[in-house]
Design a protein around this ligand. Structure first.
Ligand SMILES: Cc1ncc(COP(=O)(O)O)c(C=O)c1O
Length: 399
C-alpha cells in the first residue's frame, strides 16, 4: 500500500497561529510608537551615493568614512583573493579556516596598534560577544559606559558576572563605582567605545587608562569608528598623540577600512587565551580570505596617505561650524531631534532634498533622543555639506 501523504500546507497558512499573532501584535505596537523598522533596498555602486527606490541620494549615513569600500586597489585585492582562494573560509579558524592572510592582517594591526599580537574575528558583534566572556566570569565585574554599543553590553551580560553602567564618559563616576565594588571582585573589565557610534564624541581613554591601572582593572575600547580616521588613522587610543593605556583594543574592519570583520589587539598571552576561550571565534567560520586581503590593501592606503585619513573629521567640523552645532570630535555628528516621529519627519525632509540621513530611534538610542546621525567621508563635496548645513540649521533645528 502506498504511504498516505500528509496534505501540503498552503504557503500562506500560519504554521503556528499563536506565533504569528505574537509577531503581528508586537509590530503593531512598534508602528504606533513610530519605531517599526524595515529593510530598504539600497545600492552603493558609487561610494558617496546610495540608490533607493530608483533615486540617487547623497548618503550621510554610511560608515565608509574613507570611501574605501569602492576603492579600486581594495576591490582588486579582494577579487584577486577570491580568484586564488575562493569565497568562503570553509571552517572555523581552529579547524581549517585559518588562511595565512588572516595572520598577515593580524601582524599589520598589531604593529599599527603597538601590541604584541592581534586576533581577527568574523564581525564586531562576534568580537565583543566573544572577547568579554573569554576574559571575565561569574566572580568578576564589568563596568560599561552607559552609551556603549549594544554588542559590548551583550558581551558583558554573556560573561555572567556583575555588570554596572557608569555615566557616559564620566571618569569620576567610574572611579566611585570602582572604589565601592572593586574589593568584592576577582577581576574588573571596563568597556567603552573609542568614538561613540551614535554621538560622535571620544572616550577619555587616557584618564580611563590611568584609573584602570590604579584599580588593577582591564580597559577595553571598541574603536569601530576610530580606526582609519582618528589619531593619524591609528585610532582613538592614539587620539592625543600618545598611546593611552588600553589593554584591549578592539575595532572593526567594516567602517573606514571598507571591508568586514573585526579584531582585538592585545598582549600575546591574551590573544593566545582568546584563541582557546572565545566561543565566537572557536565556533564560528573564519573571516573569508578576500575580506582580509581588502583590509590589508586599505591599511596600506591609510598608512601611505595620513592627510587623506584626516579629511572626514575636517569635513564634519566644517559642517558643525556652518550648522551652528558643537564642534565635531569625529566624522560622526548627531543632530538631536527628540521624538522618533519628528526624527522620521526630518529624515524625509532631507530625502526630498536628495540627502540620505537615516533617522536613529530607540532602542538604538535612548527614549526622547531620536536623531539624525550624520557621518562624513573624505569625498563629500564641500558645496553639498554647506547645503546640508543650511537645511539643518534653518529648517530642522530652527523649528
Ligand atoms: C561601536 C560598534 N561596535 C561594534 C559594531 C559591530 O560591528 P559589526 O558590524 O562588524 O558587527 C558596530 C557597528 O556595526 C559599532 O558601531
Amino acid at each position: 500500500m502506498r504511504p498516505r501523504l500528509k496534505p501540503k500546507p498552503q504557503a500562506d497558512a500560519p504554521v503556528v497561529a499563536s506565533l504569528d499573532e505574537f509577531a503581528r501584535a508586537k509590530l503593531a505596537e512598534l508602528e504606533r510608537a513610530h519605531l517599526r523598522r524595515s529593510l530598504v533596498d539600497t545600492t552603493r555602486s558609487e561610494s558617496l551615493w546610495a540608490t533607493r527606490d530608483g533615486r540617487r541620494l547623497l548618503s550621510f549615513s554610511c560608515n565608509d568614512y574613507l570611501n574605501l569600500a569602492q576603492h579600486p586597489a581594495v576591490k582588486d585585492a579582494a577579487i584577486a583573493a577570491i580568484r586564488r582562494h575562493g569565497v568562503g573560509a570553509g571552517a572555523s579558524r581552529l579547524v581549517t579556516g585559518n588562511h595565512p592572510l588572516l595572520g598577515e592582517l593580524e601582524a599589520r594591526l598589531a604593529r599599527l596598534k603597538e601590541t604584541e599580537a592581534a586576533c581577527v574575528f568574523g564581525s564586531g558583534y562576534l568580537a565583543n560577544t566573544g572577547i568579554i566572556p573569554a576574559l571575565v566570569g561569574g566572580e568578576d565585574l564589568v563596568l560599561v559606559d552607559e552609551l556603549a554599543h549594544a554588542c559590548l553590553w551583550a558581551g558583558a551580560r554573556l560573561a555572567r558576572g556583575t555588570v554596572l553602567a557608569f555615566r557616559h564618559n564620566d571618569v569620576g563616576h567610574a572611579e566611585t563605582l570602582l572604589a565601592e565594588h572593586r574589593g568584592r571582585h576577582r577581576h574588573v573589565l571596563i568597556a567603552t567605545e573609542g568614538v561613540f557610534s551614535m554621538d560622535g564624541d571620544l572616550a577619555p581613554l587616557d584618564e580611563l587608562g590611568t584609573l584602570a591601572a590604579r584599580f588593577d582593572a582591564w580597559l577595553m575600547s571598541d574603536d569601530a569608528h576610530g580606526l582609519g580616521v582618528i589619531g593619524n588613522g591609528r585610532g582613538s587610543t592614539f587620539a592625543t598623540g600618545e598611546k593611552a593605556g588600553v589593554a584591549l583594543q578592539m575595532g572593526t574592519l567594516s567602517k573606514a577600512i571598507g571591508s568586514y570583520g573585526a579584531y582585538l589587539c592585545a598582549s600575546r598571552p591574551v590573544i593566545d587565551l582568546i584563541h582557546n576561550r572565545a566561543r565566537t571565534l572557536i565556533y564560528s567560520t573564519g573571516l573569508p580570505a578576500a575580506l582580509a586581503a581588502a583590509a590589508i590593501a586599505a591599511l596600506d592606503l591609510i598608512e601611505r596617505e595620513p592627510a587623506y585619513a584626516a579629511r572626514p573629521l575636517a569635513k564634519a567640523q566644517a559642517f558643525t561650524q556652518m550648522a551652528g552645532l558643537p564642534p565635531a570630535q569625529s566624522p560622526i555628528v548627531p543632530v538631536m531631534i527628540g521624538s522618533a516621529e519628528a526624527a522620521l519627519k526630518a529624515s524625509r525632509l532631507l530625502l526630498e532634498e536628495g540627502f540620505l540621513a537615516v533617522a536613529i530611534r530607540p532602542p538604538t538610542v535612548r527614549e526622547g533622543t531620536a536623531r539624525l546621525r550624520l557621518s562624513f567621508s573624505a569625498l563629500h563635496p564641500d558645496v553639498e555639506i554647506a547645503r546640508l548645513a543650511d537645511i539643518v540649521r534653518t529648517r530642522i533645528l530652527a523649528r
